[in-house]
Design a protein around this ligand. Structure first.
Ligand SMILES: Cc1cc2nc3c(=O)[nH]c(=O)nc-3n(C[C@H](O)[C@H](O)[C@H](O)COP(=O)(O)O)c2cc1C
Length: 333
């Protein structure tokens, strides 16, 4: 399968792994790239630019295929030294960066000078058009279904993707709710050039997280995610658990007077407790509605191989077959 995304990034399959805090380590990024997709190391999971440089070197030891680094510009409790992170990425020879959150505009000169291709992840067509205007090479368009931050517009991919296809000139990936061959084929039909997945890649053998996380994903249904931090305009889709239920209750009680301090302990510092220690009730961690489509923990190579093989069958048999079938009820004259 060749699309504008496989051409742009020099990869075999139009499947990308989105940055995931405490998940996007070298092991997962290398596994995705080795399987022909685009693996991504999550920059800010590495506490310093020096540690990111080490993680990039570790990934390079595990794959000779292209991989990228995610840089997230969200309101965080600390102020990351982004220019130094970009320097570590450039010096590490990485030529693909996934930006997310706020606009990467201020950092575009540094990224472009280093010859880096930028794919900006955004949740609305207006932000995608802005990314195109400031020189991003591609975007991934994250629908309301997505794990993490779906923005505040609440537009699902059935509407968001064709709208993006109508207006964008640069290649784009469908992101949010993608889990299998049906997601890929549907996204191509809606105008996208490939898919970006988070939650589905979390449920793989190589995802370097505690087994409890993978068990929780197997047990969860599509109705088990919750939206939090809406009144702070920092909406996040997370997997429900006892502390998320508490958090939602606090949000209900406080209404518009909610401040980050009211929920700080339920959202800050949660990832190491969940992903490393396997404490599934530690607080809020991102998870998409696609969790309802996850029924196994395959290797990344099996997952990507299955998606590509089933996508071919879907296109050649199911879709072509719809056209080839003789119409049992001839259309009215
Ligand atoms: C556990 C987890 C952590 C994530 N952390 C980040 C992050 O640090 N930066 C980022 O840009 N996106 C992050 N995301 C979002 C993913 O990159 C991706 O956009 C999203 O998961 C797509 O939706 P899906 O989960 O339905 O596939 C995270 C998602 C998950 C599930």
């Amino acid at each position: 399968m060749r699309t504008r995304i496989t051409e742009l990034f020099g990869i075999q399959h139009p499947i990308m792994q989105g940055g995931m805090h405490f998940v996007g380590l070298a092991e997962l990024a290398a596994a995705v790239s080795n399987a022909g997709g685009l693996g991504i190391i999550t920059g800010l999971t590495q506490r310093t630019p020096e540690l990111l440089a080490r993680e990039i070197a570790r990934c390079r030891d595990m794959t000779d295929k292209p991989f990228g680094v995610n840089l997230t510009f969200l309101p965080t409790f600390s102020k990351p030294p982004y220019p130094e992170y970009i320097q570590a990425i450039a010096e590490g020879g990485v030529r693909i960066v996934e930006t997310a959150g706020r606009s990467p505009e201020a950092h575009m000169p540094a990224l472009k000078t280093a010859g880096i291709k930028v794919i900006h992840k955004c949740t609305s067509v207006r932000h995608a058009l802005k990314a195109e205007a400031i020189g991003c090479d591609a975007v991934s368009v994250d629908g309301f279904e997505c794990g993490g931050h779906p923005g505040e517009d609440d537009i699902p991919n059935m509407i968001l993707l064709p709208t993006a296809a109508d207006r964008l000139r640069i290649p784009f990936l469908a992101s949010g709710g993608m889990a299998d061959a049906r997601s890929l084929v549907a996204s191509l039909a809606l105008g996208a050039d490939g898919i970006n997945m988070g939650t589905r890649f979390l449920a793989t053998q190589e995802a370097p997280v505690h087994d409890n996380v993978k068990k929780a994903l197997l047990e969860a249904k599509e109705t088990d995610t919750r939206l939090i931090m809406r009144s702070l305009r920092n909406t996040e889709r997370v997997l429900n658990n006892s502390n998320v239920a508490r958090l939602v209750e606090i949000e209900r009680e406080k209404g518009d007077s909610l401040t980050i301090d009211d929920i700080h302990d339920l959202v800050a510092g949660v990832y190491p407790k969940v992903m490393v220690d396997g404490d599934m009730d530690a607080g809020a961690w991102s998870c998409g509605m696609s969790v309802g489509l996850i029924h196994d923990i395959p290797t990344v190579a099996v997952l990507i191989g299955r998606i590509m093989a089933e996508a071919e069958t879907l296109i050649r048999q199911r879709l072509a077959g719809v056209l080839d079938t003789a119409d049992p009820e001839p259309a009215l004259a």
